[in-house]
Design a protein. Structure first.
Length: 295
């Protein structure tokens, strides 16, 4: 009965049984029978043919007026359910910086796969994530922000996932051999461990009393993985400049000691880059929303 009532709504909207039949993927003869069955069910005439068009009787107009919103809502619901199907099935290419992949992203993907088993992922973990933006659905990349910093111009939407200030640290063993610097300029006398993938270069930022210093530290050891950099600092290889969230446990366990605490530093900012809705796939957009909600 409901499908025949919806069919009648489209007959009146289009003024034609054949047009409504195409909408419902049935033959014209089947559409005519649906109208007859509907009128017989109600025991009244619902439409009349005028100048080759079907126009509603007062009873038919009331049916159209009252039932049309339900037809529109049902179609909107069908589209929404189709979107869910697209979101629950498909492939997502992600390019991600190592520090987020190691500490957060794998947990997020694993959790997502539990409830979305028909979604597949390809994860490219690289310090130079933005260089692969053209081939990815989602890009997760970090940078060190400070006054005057300008980000690379991309035709993508950017949303910040998290940020953390840098902290200069060294192990107690290293500081026994090399007294902690009192001023940033004294870092030139120390072994320094750095990652251009974290800070962009071997320039470390320190600010106090409104004065910003960009210190070019010695290139004692360069790596492109923050976890390796952290392990090197713990083993006493030198001074490191790392995001605070990575250092929480080593600092609480006494494995590392902060230095130059009177100075503010640059901010490690992690960002999610994605295509605008007109270009993004439904499955990638859904996982993007999941990441932002869990950030």
């Amino acid at each position: 009965m409901l499908d025949k009532m919806a069919f009648f709504v489209y007959v009146i909207r289009t003024g034609s049984i054949s047009a409504a039949a195409r909408k419902f993927n049935i033959s014209v003869s089947a559409g005519s029978r649906w109208l007859q069955d509907l009128e017989q069910s109600f025991g009244i005439t619902l439409c009349r043919r005028t100048n080759r068009l079907l126009t509603p009787t007062p009873a038919g107009q009331k049916l159209v007026d009252e039932f049309s919103p339900l037809v529109d809502n049902a179609e909107q619901l069908c589209r929404s359910l189709q979107d869910f199907q697209e979101q629950d099935k498909g492939h997502i290419n992600i390019v991600c910086t190592p520090v987020y992949a190691n500490n957060f992203l794998m947990d997020r993907i694993s959790s997502y796969l539990v409830s979305h088993p028909n979604v597949t992922f390809n994860l490219n973990v690289t310090p130079w994530a933005l260089d692969h933006a053209a081939e990815a659905d989602l890009v997760i990349s970090a940078n060190a922000c400070y006054q005057g910093y300008q980000e690379k111009d991309l035709h993508l939407v950017r949303r910040e996932l998290m940020q953390s200030p840098f902290v200069a640290v060294a192990s107690p063993e290293y500081l026994e051999r090399n007294p902690a610097p009192e001023f940033p300029t004294e870092l030139s006398q120390h072994q320094c461990l750095f990652a251009t993938t974290l800070t962009g270069s071997n320039d470390w930022i320190f600010e106090r009393n409104g004065e910003t210093q960009m210190i070019k530290v010695p290139k004692s050891l360069e790596v492109n993985d923050s976890d390796l950099l952290l392990q090197s600092a713990i083993k006493g290889a030198g001074v490191a400049y790392l995001p605070a969230f990575i250092l929480e446990k080593p600092l609480s366990d006494g494995l590392l000691t902060p230095i130059l605490e009177d100075y503010e530093t640059s901010i490690w900012s992690l960002n999610l880059y994605y295509h605008p809705p007109t270009k993004a796939s439904a499955v990638a957009s859904h996982f993007k929303s999941f990441l932002l909600e869990s950030a």
